[in-house]
Ligand binder design. Structure first.
Ligand SMILES: NC(=O)c1ccc[n+]([C@@H]2O[C@H](COP(=O)([O-])OP(=O)(O)OC[C@H]3O[C@@H](n4cnc5c(N)ncnc54)[C@H](O)[C@@H]3O)[C@@H](O)[C@H]2O)c1
Length: 279
């Protein structure tokens, strides 16, 4: 059912790789809610993924851009404003990648060149996306910019590795830039801290299926799905949240405020049958 929450609005969506991507669900729902959108991803992800299928479905153009490259962003914004006929009302940053995670380097044996790449792609790109948008006046008054984060920004999660540092930085950028962009142009900047979700990026984390199971047991409402994340994104793009800015908003079924749940304890108790000497 559509509520027409984005009727007449325009947006740019970064990060739809395939139909498991959170950005894919957001794009579909944004269009269903009345928005006109431009889709973007890196040239290699456009080639390897299925974004063209999504573009067809959403009647949207795809413009290639590496979000770490300000020239690409400039071109993306210029073309998007031409295609959409003016400034946009929302931007979704749904981007993450860690070469250390990919190569299986543990947090106490990080490759620092890879760490720089993790931070550039997963956090600093958010700053670049916002800075270029502000410079070119890409976002209309009371427009909304959202990035996706994870609870490892606040609490240590086994094997989340240097992505935890990237997410802490991402959330900080939302606060720091949210202040400036809000004060000068009335543009909102927030992050959504989403439950673990089975996507291409998510499943790169070691033991991800167990993490999903653990957080499902720990959350009174269960894990939030990619589709539910899209629902939440749409509310943040809509006019119903015009005074929400500089926030990290947990969308995790209650996980972030739990210590131990009955369901997780039941499962944990089973492990006492076997001796565990792990640290
Ligand atoms: N899946 C989860 O469990 C989960 C949980 C919380 C937050 N998130 C966050 O959600 C966001 C989307 O991830 P996803 O889970 O949908 O996985 P995904 O793999 O579908 O999306 C990640 C996207 O980042 C894009 N990307 C990588 N480098 C880029 C660059 N230089 N420029 C532009 N785009 C680039 C990829 O092409 C891909 O489309 C990420 O920020 C991720 O950290 C995911």
């Amino acid at each position: 059912m559509s509520y027409n929450l984005l009727k007449g609005k325009k947006g740019i969506i970064f990060g739809a790789l395939n139909e498991m991507s959170i950005a894919w669900k957001v794009a579909e729902l944004a269009v269903e809610e009345g928005a006109e959108i431009v889709l973007t991803n890196t040239p290699v992800s456009i080639r390897m993924g299925t974004i063209d299928e999504l573009a067809k479905k959403c009647n949207a153009h795809v413009i290639a851009a590496d979000a770490t490259n300000p020239e690409d962003l400039e071109n993306l914004y210029k073309e998007s404003m031409e295609l959409l006929g003016g400034p946009v009302d929302f931007i979704l940053h749904s981007i993450g990648m860690s070469p250390n995670v990919r190569k299986g380097n543990s947090y106490d044996e990080l490759n620092y060149e890879y760490l720089k790449k993790t931070l550039d792609v997963s956090a600093i790109s958010f700053h670049k996306v916002i800075q270029k948008a502000k410079e070119m006046d890409v976002v209309a008054e009371y427009g909304s910019i959202v990035a996706l984060s994870y609870a490892a920004a606040q609490r240590t999660m086994y094997e989340y590795n240097d992505m935890a540092d990237a997410k802490a930085m991402l959330e900080s950028i939302a606060r720091s830039f949210g202040y400036i962009y809000g004060r000068e142009k009335s543009v909102r900047v927030n992050t959504i801290s989403q439950s673990p979700t089975m996507t291409t990026a998510g499943s790169g984390v070691k033991g991800f299926d167990k993490l999903i199971d653990f957080s499902e047991r720990m959350s009174p409402l269960g894990n939030a799905s990619a589709q539910e994340c899209a629902n939440y994104c749409i509310t943040l793009f809509s006019d119903l949240t015009r005074k929400v800015t500089m926030q990290n908003l947990f969308h995790d079924g209650g996980f972030s405020n739990m210590g131990m749940s009955y369901r997780a304890m039941q499962q944990y108790n089973k492990s006492f049958d076997e001796k565990c000497d792990c640290k």
